[in-house]
Write a protein that binds this ligand. Structure first.
Ligand code: FES
Length: 99
């Protein structure tokens, strides 16, 4: 497990981009639940940190594909899957299990 950030650094309904082991990862806080995904859209590589989060999905700002933040599955084109990193919380610290 690798430390990514403190929960207090990721505002509720907000995001934070971190670098973990050379990977750029977006942390997302939805009502205190933290999600982590790669910051590169699997479609054409657009950064995802400015995408809109709604109903558990992150929308890519470029073409609007929606990705499930739990599974990474793309709702709009199943050929694409977003890399999701399982998260573990220790006190105020966010750790990523597989980054
Ligand atoms: S680059 Fe993300 S949907 Fe096309």
């Amino acid at each position: 497990m690798t430390f990514a950030a403190k929960i207090s650094e990721v505002p509720n309904f907000g995001k934070k981009v971190v670098a973990v082991n050379g990977l750029e990862i977006v942390l997302i806080n939805i009502k205190g639940e933290i999600f982590a995904c790669e910051n590169e859209c699997p479609h054409q590589g657009s950064p995802l940190h400015s995408g809109i989060v709604k109903d558990g999905y992150l929308s890519c700002p470029r073409h609007g594909f929606r990705f499930d933040l739990k599974s990474g599955i793309c709702l709009d084109n199943p050929a694409y899957t977003l890399k999701i990193y399982p998260v573990t919380i220790n006190n105020d610290e966010i750790h990523l299990e597989s980054a």
